[in-house]
Design a binder for this molecule. Structure first.
Ligand code: MOS
Length: 724
């Protein structure tokens, strides 16, 4: 039996509000944490499968053209080699979550250097890797493959374009105007667990262990790629070692493993190398962004302009949504926003953590710092003066809005000095010290989700959904939600995730997982409560469950009388999404030191204050904020994809050359969670939190660099050569 909730109006009086136990929100450690740190939680490549052989992808060494032939004989005599499989379905771009009519889907077409062209299967991984390197592939190469986004024609993303009022006029009459252009470099997702799959085929049923974020969608992609029915395919992703967007869509290792297993009738494992993950999964686009701010003498914005250029392969539908929060963050009557895409032959651009705001907010918030200086206004005060009371473009109300509280609480806790700000005021030895701040914003999304909750005869509960936990704490918060609703300790709730045999959850991505799949669990539990109340003979609203019993009545065990009781919950976002603008908000504060002689920048301390609806678990939520702030440090100071200007080939394709922050780069970080209940955002009253912590943080660091040493920089990352 199933229960359905389509949210069409604010959920102001839901049952969770009246629950007394307070299980939700408790900072309980991740329920799967022990298994992970003791190595007993199997990741995709680690499932013991008898007779499994190893596949390694061979990748293209041209930028654009066609595969003329793959010379199988060049490797078939090498030790251990079993097969060379060339199958255009392996490199379908549908496999990357951008299912569209991209030209690169036609068989044997190569669109970027590093694109998989064949799979070599051998007895051992080393044999397969060696043979994949030696595989001779003949290409017909096209010489006119543009790889530089600055030299090609661009396509306007028309649904992003906004023209309201007259920005040019607002700029010309403004008492304080800022017109600046920033660049940001490409970013890698670089999840700790590389992309990997083991496929098994029994002649009727395909079973794939893979590392994916969105099983509800990946199963459709895989069935489509293989021209099979979905019920012939099962995907299992119980543990995922990070995704950051790179595992939203199916990629080549999973499709290749499946094709090889079916062709060879043997289990096949394909694990990408770190270099392959960098070179052929996806990149965050580099951007060029022009910001125009027109303000009066008080710093109140009359004009706002944000234009961005991003890139992707020809035909790809994804365009880094740089302007996502720019549409509603600050009030201004005269507005011009535009997003353009350059079509170039670098690897596919796709979602990398916080797509859009991760690069759109650091530039906007850098420009706001310049405006604060020009207008002689404290940067915190400048933001406070420009918070709109409704969406400035759409006129919609905000579902909830905690930017002002975050700015105030963050400034207070950080010890923000609201006096006049001038750069180069504080020097300690060879270090210039400075502080900076920025606003945070990240749109809130929810998606359809299903989950089944079953109360077992022994009084424990089981939650089943194909939802994934990509390291964010999904196992834990779903146990807390069910525990709260059913009056159980979360330890008595077993959560079984990551298996397409279960009801379809929302998947993990875009910070929507907790609110969406959590709501499906809520709906299922509510149906269970109604059935229990029915059996007890009272109204559900009078039902009080705690410690595994009906308060004032039977235990659940007695009530069930040896049978189990299960319900499926189905949550759908409804019309409410059209009636409100929903976003998480926050504020970042940073103190940095910049070396006078070397330009080296170190972050001394950092603080983020965030408002993202109800906090489902204070520990896992805080961890997400810390992770986001760590990404902010990387985006500000070190992370940059570098491409060969001749071939578009990504050259810094490992973690030695692509510099993510390590422990020594990350100081003590404080996180303040400004709790709120958002009845519009979801029945849980929670908004997304996963990505908010990196949406603007880089600007707090960049603004602190300016305050420290006087170098106003317009190019991220702010490496020492630029700071000097
Ligand atoms: Mo996220 S970049 O949508 O996993």
């Amino acid at each position: 039996m199933s229960a359905h909730l389509k949210q069409d109006k604010p959920d102001t009086a839901n049952r969770l509000d009246q629950m007394k136990q307070g299980t939700i929100g408790q900072p309980i450690p991740r329920v799967e944490g022990l298994a992970k740190v003791t190595g007993t939680a199997p990741y995709a490549a680690e499932y013991p499968v008898e007779g499994c052989v190893e596949g390694v992808l061979a990748t293209a060494t041209i930028t654009r053209g066609e595969v003329v032939s793959v010379d199988r004989d060049s490797v078939m005599d090498m030790p251990g080699v079993i097969a060379v499989i060339e199958d255009p379905r392996m490199t379908t771009r549908a496999a990357q979550g951008t299912a569209n009519e991209a030209p690169q889907q036609s068989p044997r077409t190569v669109c970027y250097w590093g694109q998989p062209v064949a799979l070599v299967v051998a007895e051992t991984f080393e044999q397969a890797r060696d043979a994949a390197k030696h595989l001779r592939v003949e290409y017909r190469e096209e010489s006119d493959a543009p790889v530089d986004p600055q030299v090609v024609d661009t396509e306007e993303q028309e649904d992003e374009t906004v023209r309201q009022g007259d920005l040019a006029r607002a700029m010309s009459v403004a008492e304080n105007a800022v017109d600046v252009t920033y660049t940001t470099k490409g970013h890698a997702s670089a999840a700790m667990e590389p992309h990997a799959a083991i496929a098994q085929w029994d002649g009727r049923q395909l079973t794939v262990h893979a590392s994916l974020q969105m099983l509800n969608y990946n199963i459709t992609e895989l069935a489509d790629a293989l021209d099979m029915e979905e019920d012939q395919v099962r995907i299992i992703s119980r543990f995922v070692g990070g995704g950051f967007g790179s595992k939203l869509g199916l990629s080549e290792e999973t499709v290749a493993a499946a094709i090889a297993a079916m062709e060879l009738s043997r289990p096949v494992r394909v694990v990408m190398s770190r270099q392959q993950v960098f070179q052929c999964i996806m990149r965050r686009s580099e951007t060029t962004q022009r910001l125009q701010l027109a303000a009066d003498s008080e710093g109140r914005l009359a004009g706002f302009g944000h234009k961005a250029l991003v890139s992707n392969l020809p035909g790809e539908s994804f365009a880094e949504p740089v302007l996502q929060s720019s549409h509603f963050l600050y009030a201004a009557e005269n507005r011009e926003l535009m997003l353009e895409v350059a079509r170039i032959h670098r690897m596919t651009a796709g979602s990398v953590r916080a797509p859009g705001e991760a690069v759109g907010m650091p530039t906007l918030e850098g420009a706001m710092d310049i405006l604060a200086e020009r207008a002689g206004i404290d940067p915190v005060e400048l933001r406070l003066r420009n918070i709109p009371d409704k969406d400035p473009e759409e006129g919609l109300p905000f579902s909830s809005h905690k930017l002002a509280e975050c700015l105030r609480q963050g400034a207070e806790a950080f010890g923000w000095d609201t006096g006049p700000r001038r750069p180069r005021q504080r020097r300690e030895g060879e270090w210039w010290i400075g502080t900076g701040m920025a606003s945070a914003a990240r749109v809130h999304n929810v998606g359809e989700a299903k989950a089944r909750v079953t109360i077992k005869p022994d009084g424990t509960a089981l939650v089943e959904t194909d939802m994934t936990d990509i390291g964010t704490g999904t196992y834990t918060i779903l146990a807390q939600i069910a525990g709260e609703m059913l009056g159980l300790d979360p330890a008595q709730v077993l959560v079984d995730l990551g298996d397409t045999r279960h009801p379809r959850g929302s998947g993990s991505g875009g910070s929507w997982g907790a609110a969406s799949t959590g709501s499906a669990v809520y709906v299922a539990c509510q149906a269970l409560r109604e059935e229990i109340a029915n059996r007890v003979g009272i109204d559900e609203t009078a039902l009080d469950l705690a410690d595994g019993r009906v308060i004032g009545g039977q235990t659940l065990v007695d009530l069930l009388g040896g049978k189990e009781l299960g319900r499926e919950g189905h949550y759908e976002p409804g019309a409410i999404a059209e009636d409100y603008t929903a976003s998480g908000f926050g504020a970042f504060f940073a103190e940095v030191r910049v070396n006078h002689f070397t330009g080296e920048t170190r972050v001394n301390r950092m603080l983020g204050a965030f408002g993202f609806g109800r906090v489902l678990n204070h520990k896992t939520a805080r961890s997400q904020c810390l992770g986001g702030i760590t990404w902010s440090i990387g985006a500000a100071l070190t992370e940059a994809l570098e491409f060969d200007p001749r071939t578009g080939h990504l050259v810094n394709c490992d973690l030695a050359e692509y510099h993510v922050p390590v422990h020594r780069d990350v100081p003590d970080v404080d996180v303040i969670m400004v709790e709120e209940r958002d009845p519009v955002a979801s029945p849980l009253q929670a908004k997304g939190i996963g990505e908010l912590g990196m949406c603007g943080g880089a600007a707090a660091i960049g603004n602190a660099v300016y305050n420290a040493c006087g170098a106003r920089l317009f190019d991220y990352p702010m490496t020492p050569d630029r700071v000097l």
